[in-house]
Structure formats: structure tokens, C-alpha cells
Design a protein around this ligand. Structure first.
Ligand code: ADP
Ligand code: ARG
Length: 345
């Protein structure tokens, strides 16, 4: 394998940290599951506009390719390798009264965590058989849920086109054909083994075999962040009772993408900010200061519509779940304050 020249034209963290020396050191290494450097970097090499550009094939990827991945992880999460990951899912520790009780800005709130099953390769190299086994195992567990969490599993395979499109446009279901995932090998055998579970109200959802084995999601209209967090914690606990998830004392929950390590949590609101939308520099400055990320409303790499943005915690590693939500909460408070100021001018 030769040094991937195209990376010279990329601003991704992969391009920044895959120096010739690092490349030489890692080019012949592979994990027990045969995940190679070429596999780690292929999405970033194919998609030169990547922000990150690297994916893992298994837990071992993070140790075998640590010379490269530690740098990416450190910069993305502002995390030091020696730090231990501390989980905190104690809902009493979260201070997040609705930042918009009158409902003028926040449309909806969503919090998700990613989880991968211990000992099974990640989606980048999982076999069709293993993927199907996960679908079977997880959907069977989901069937046993009671009360608020009770619902139904819908396999992507059997879903009608209109049904699928409605779930996507209402922000419940993942899109198909993401080119970053495609290049990383995550879309192999699509749509086999993938699907979505949701309760009646679509406030608790669980994706199977998208970017990670599981994505556990709690969401609802409005800005009651705490209610969303409480429901999510309940769902995580239920799943944890039945499944052993891959967890590392420094890296936290093991995920396919290094940006999701640690808590694997993304807490977001969809929020209407027309004035900040017209003042991008101020918007970006506040986002940076409060460690929040701005996305469009149809998921990652999408555009804003009707001045509505997706605001979420950027860091997920080196801080607890409560702190992730707290990051988002503080960012949202600051953004609403600025939006109101701009309204008056
Ligand atoms: P992730 O699943 O990693 O959080 P995405 O940005 O791709 O990443 O979002 C997945 C889906 O969740 C998209 O359809 C997006 O519109 C929806 N979504 C994210 N945050 C919210 C929110 N606060 N309210 C409603 N939908 C949301
Ligand atoms: N690989 C893409 C990039 O580097 C996405 C990274 C973060 N998002 C994700 N869904 N893992 O830009």
C-alpha cells in the first residue's frame, strides 16, 4: 500500500495526522479481524471533504492504530489519552429546565447513544450472518419491553417505500446511501439486517445496524430536555440488562466512528434561529465557545430549512452523559439569549 496522495487535498483530521511517518509505522498492521490501515482510512480518502475521515472495525482498531487515532480523538473531543471515561446517567444530576417554555424557538429535542455488542465486529466488517443475528437478538429483546417503551420492530427489508419515506422526513429514521458510510463499508448488504423499533408515540426509538449495532434514541416535541433524558436512561438500562456492550476504561463505549466514543451521546434540539442564521460569524463563535455543533435539520451533512438548526453537544468523550446534555443545554441558553438580542436590534 502506498501513501494516499489525495489526502494532501483534504482538511480532515485524518489528513492532518496521517503523516508519512505514521503511515510507514502503521501500513502493515492489522487487527485480529483483519482490519487494516487501508480500511481505517478509506472513507476519508474517498471523501476528501470529510471532517474526520476514519472508522474502526473492532475494539482492537483503537489500540493497533492508536498512533493515528489517538491524535484524532484528542483533537475532536479535547481529550487526553490518560483520562478515564466516567459515565453518569443519574438523572438527578441534570439541571436542564426547559430553555424555551413558551415554545418560541425549540421545535423538538432528541438524545441518542450508540452501542456495539462486545466481541462482534463493527458494521464496517461485520458479516451478513452476524448482522442478521444482531437484528434477531435485539428485536427479540425489544419485543419484551413494557409500558412507555413498548412498541414494534420494523425491518427495513419489509418496509413500504411510503412508510420509510415518512419516517425519514419526520426525522425518525436514518437515510440510506450516506457516502461516508458507503466508503467505509457500512452499507454492505443494505437493507438486510437493518431496521427501526419505535413505541406508539415515537418517543423511544432504536435503530439496528446502521452506523453502530444499536442507536438508542429518545425524542419528543418541545424543549423538555430532562424528560427526554429520563426516558433515554430508562431505555439504556433495559437494554444493558440483556446485552453486554463493548466498553473500554479510557475510550468508553466503543463506536465505529471515533467522534462517537466515550458516552456515544448526541443530545440535540431542533431550534429556530433566523437572526443568528443571518449572522453566521456570531453563530459560529457561540457554538465554538459552548462546545456545540450546528447541523442542518435532515441529519448530518444536511442543510438548514426555514432557519431551523440542529444544535448538539460536540464532545462525547472525557465527559459524562450528564455533562453532554449540560453542554447542549448551556449552548442553547446562550444561543436563545443572543437570538433575542438580535431580534431587538
Ligand atoms: P445521529 O443519529 O448521529 O444523531 P443525524 O444528524 O444523522 O445523526 O440525525 C439523525 C436523525 O435525527 C435526522 O433525521 C435528524 O433530523 C433527526 N434529529 C436529530 N436531532 C433532532 C431533534 N432535536 N429533533 C428532531 N429530530 C432530530
Ligand atoms: N466520516 C464523516 C466525516 O469524517 C462523518 C464523521 C462524523 N459523523 C458520523 N456519523 N460518524 O466527516
Amino acid at each position: 500500500m502506498k501513501f494516499p496522495k489525495p489526502l494532501e487535498n483534504s482538511n480532515s483530521l485524518l489528513a492532518k495526522y496521517l503523516t508519512k511517518a505514521v503511515f510507514e509505522q502503521l501500513k502493515d498492521k492489522k487487527t485480529t479481524n483483519n482490519f487494516t490501515l487501508k480500511d481505517v482510512i478509506k472513507s476519508g480518502v474517498k471523501n476528501l471533504d470529510s471532517g474526520i475521515g476514519a472508522y474502526a472495525g473492532d475494539e482492537e482498531t483503537y489500540t493497533i492504530f492508536a498512533t493515528l487515532l489517538d491524535k484524532i480523538i484528542e483533537e475532536y473531543h479535547d481529550f487526553k489519552k490518560e483520562d478515564l471515561q466516567q459515565s453518569n446517567l443519574n438523572t438527578d444530576d441534570l439541571f436542564a429546565p426547559n430553555p424555551d417554555a413558551e415554545g418560541n424557538y425549540i421545535i423538538s429535542t432528541r438524545i441518542r447513544v450508540a452501542r456495539n455488542i462486545k466481541g462482534i465486529p463493527l458494521g464496517t466488517i461485520i458479516s451478513k450472518k452476524q448482522r442478521n443475528e444482531i437484528e434477531k437478538q435485539v428485536s427479540t429483546i425489544l419485543k419484551s419491553l413494557k409500558g412507555e417503551l413498548a412498541g414494534k420492530y420494523y425491518a427495513l427489508n419489509n418496509m413500504r417505500k411510503e412508510e420509510k419515506e415518512a419516517l425519514i422526513s419526520n426525522h425518525f429514521l436514518f437515510q440510506s446511501g450516506d457516502r461516508f458510510l458507503e466508503a467505509a463499508g457500512l452499507n454492505r448488504d443494505w437493507p438486510n439486517g437493518r431496521g427501526i423499533f419505535h413505541n406508539n408515540d415515537k418517543t423511544f426509538l432504536l435503530w439496528i445496524n446502521e452506523e453502530d449495532h444499536l442507536r438508542i434514541i429518545s425524542m419528543q416535541q418541545g424543549g423538555d430536555i430532562k424528560e427526554v433524558f429520563v426516558r433515554l436512561v430508562k431505555a439504556i438500562e433495559k437494554m444493558q440488562q440483556k446485552i453486554d456492550f463493548a466498553y473500554h476504561k479510557h475510550l468508553g463505549y466503543i463506536t465505529t466512528c471515533p467522534t462517537n466514543l466515550g458516552t456515544a451521546m448526541r443530545a440535540s434540539v431542533h431550534i429556530k434561529l433566523p437572526n443568528l442564521g443571518k449572522n453566521k460569524e456570531i453563530f459560529q463563535d457561540i457554538a465554538k465557545k459552548y462546545n456545540v455543533q450546528i447541523r442542518g435539520i435532515d441529519g448530518e451533512h444536511s442543510k438548514s430549512k426555514g432557519s431551523i438548526y440542529d444544535i448538539s453537544n460536540k464532545r462525547r468523550l472525557g465527559i459524562s452523559e450528564v455533562q453532554c446534555v449540560q453542554d447542549m443545554y448551556r449552548g442553547v441558553i446562550a444561543l436563545i439569549k443572543k437570538e433575542k438580542e438580535l431580534e431587538r436590534n
